[in-house]
Design a protein around this ligand. Structure first.
Ligand SMILES: *Cc1c(COP(=O)(O)O)cnc(C)c1O
Length: 339
């Protein structure tokens, strides 16, 4: 478990995330020397004493501040579990995030995060298109809680979006900008840095949170936090899981933001189970190999389809022409066209 995080260095040089996916954050000495993290298929954890249990609960529920280097003790698998803790530590490495939270699905990660941040009267601005489940959450569920939802088509110049917000006096309530870039299913790109700059100009008391659904390029080929985003969201069902045998989701960001989201995860009960955590630990070991192979083979498929007489259009990031405004965003923001 995460209690004694190894630093991931050799001779003072940091190891690449792919080198750390077998070992980071796991101490075999805590699990009878097992080289692989076991599946901690347990609901509850035993306390050494009643006093220890009291102290764990006080920290978990924010009733006292942690002592230096103190981590929340294991209590109950809705709050935390070793498989999730190790997985969360490993996931932070790819996006260089302070903290991660794993969920039962991508939609659980997205819905829990949005509910943790947004309040009645707030406005959320989002790019379009977005994944069908997210689209439903934005248009049909969030409004039930008094949250205003405004969309803009990916590709619209951000100055125009800002002008529209100001013109309609919507800037003061703007609490979140939600981006899905590249978008599912069109691969349309949105400029994360331009949205972060807009958030800085528009925010009054609090800067709106920039959330990015990074499912289509991450965690290898796009790192939204480096472009000014605050929150990175994933359906881990896709590349991260990679074997079509698990549904899961992830949220990554600062310790403060993820702590706020984890409080909602604990109460809404949207965390992943231990077995899901273990399956994703298995998946992360091959993440770079798989995503690299998928990236290479996708180019052959895209080239074949682009030349095919029966295919009208291919939406492939590797085919963007240098004249396309999307190309400049791709060059700045993305490391490869992915699969
Ligand atoms: C699949 C997907 C989701 C939803 O994830 P689930 O794991 O199915 O809940 C969200 N966003 C994008 C971009 C997706 O492709």
């Amino acid at each position: 478990m995460a209690a004694s995080k190894p630093e991931g260095m050799i001779d003072g040089r940091p190891l690449h995330p792919e080198s750390l996916m077998m070992s980071y954050g796991y101490d075999p000495a805590l699990s009878e020397g097992a080289i692989k993290c076991p599946i901690f298929q347990t609901s509850t954890f035993v306390f050494k004493t009643a006093e220890e249990g009291k102290s764990f609960f006080e920290l978990a529920y924010g009733l006292r501040r942690p002592n230096p280097n103190e981590q929340i003790g294991l209590i109950y698998s809705r709050l935390n579990n070793p498989d999730l803790e190790v997985l969360e530590d490993r996931l932070t490495l790819w996006d260089r995030a302070e903290e991660a939270a794993v969920f039962a699905s991508g939609m659980a990660a997205i819905s829990t995060s949005l509910l943790a941040v947004l309040r009645p009267g707030d406005l959320i601005l989002h790019s379009e298109p977005v994944y069908g489940g997210t689209d439903y959450l934005l248009k049909h569920i969030l409004p039930l809680f008094g949250i205003r939802v405004v969309g803009f088509t990916a590709g619209t110049p951000i100055e125009q979006v800002e002008e529209r917000l100001r013109h309609n006096h919507m800037a003061e309530n703007l609490a979140m900008i939600f981006l899905e870039t590249p978008a599912n299913p069109t691969n349309a790109l949105v400029d994360i840095a331009a949205c972060a700059a807009m958030a800085g100009r528009l925010g009054r008391e609090r800067r709106p949170i920039i959330a990015v659904d990074n499912t289509f390029l991450g965690p290898l080929w796009q790192h939204p936090l480096a472009h000014g985003a605050d929150l990175v969201l994933y359906s881990a069902t896709k590349y991260i899981g990679g074997h079509s045998d698990v549904i899961a989701g992830v949220a990554l960001g600062s310790t403060a933001l993820i702590t706020q989201i984890k409080a909602f995860r604990t109460i809404l009960g949207t965390m992943a189970g231990a077995h899901t955590g273990w399956l994703l630990l298995r998946s992360l070991e091959t993440l770079k190999l798989r995503m690299t192979a998928q990236m290479k083979t996708a180019r052959h498929v895209a080239d074949f389809l682009a030349d095919h007489p029966k295919v009208a259009r291919v939406h492939y990031l590797g085919h963007l022409s240098a004249h396309d405004p999307q190309y400049a965003i791709y060059q700045r923001q993305c490391l490869a066209p992915a699969g």
